[in-house]
Write a protein that binds this ligand. Structure first.
Ligand SMILES: [Zn+2]
Length: 198
């Protein structure tokens, strides 16, 4: 029923068939289909910048494989995430055509979000690795290494061992001091008592 209504609407006099050429692959669609989303590049008159008079086509030097999914969004109102495509490239194409990623359908949104998170984590790891390598180059001298070991003991095993050994001896010396004063005090008391008794 709704399909019949839609196709009937598409063939009204004010609607016009448009040809969108994406790097040589031609897509045909109705103007009304594109104008469903006036905030996007294809839905607004911004697309006129890409119109070529001689061919009567809108030409975009973009990825035709991803564009198929973008055009489907105009047709169905649902954007599906192509799992075999690179996430960054998909994002770039969406950004170019002015489509927000939050219009991705529920069926694909979880996949998209997971891929996005994986990507962010991988970028973060790469960045950390780079920073560690950079640190390794900087910490060449013995003095710098020693300073690093004392300042941040958790960065290497010897530094950590040194940290705990030092801590142990500090604790022992404090304990020894305490024990010493206690026994001295008792002896003094005894000697004081002895002098008083005498
Ligand atoms: Zn989907």
């Amino acid at each position: 029923m709704s399909i019949l209504v839609q196709s009937g609407k598409s063939k009204t006099a004010e609607d016009e068939k448009l040809v969108v050429n994406i790097s040589g692959r031609r897509f045909e669609t109705w103007q009304n289909t594109l104008e469903k989303y006036p905030d996007t590049l294809l839905g607004s008159n911004e697309r006129d910048f890409f119109y070529e008079e001689d061919t009567k086509e809108y030409f975009f030097d973009r990825d035709p494989d991803i564009f198929r999914h973008i055009l489907n969004y105009y047709r169905t109102g649902k954007l599906h995430f192509p799992k075999n495509e690179c996430l960054m490239q998909f994002d770039e194409e969406l950004a170019f055509f002015g489509i927000m990623p939050d219009v991705i359908g529920d069926c694909c949104y979880e996949d998209y979000r997971d891929r996005k998170r994986e990507n962010a984590e991988r970028l973060m790891d790469d960045k950390l690795d780079e920073e560690e390598n950079a640190d390794g180059v900087v910490a060449q001298t013995v003095r710098e290494r020693m300073w690093r070991a004392f300042e941040t003991p958790h960065t290497s095993t010897p530094a950590l061992v040194f940290y705990y050994v030092t801590g142990f001896f500090i604790a022992v010396s404090v304990m020894a001091n305490v024990v010493e004063t206690v026994s001295c005090g008792q002896e003094r008391m005894k000697s004081k008592l002895a002098t008083i008794n005498a």
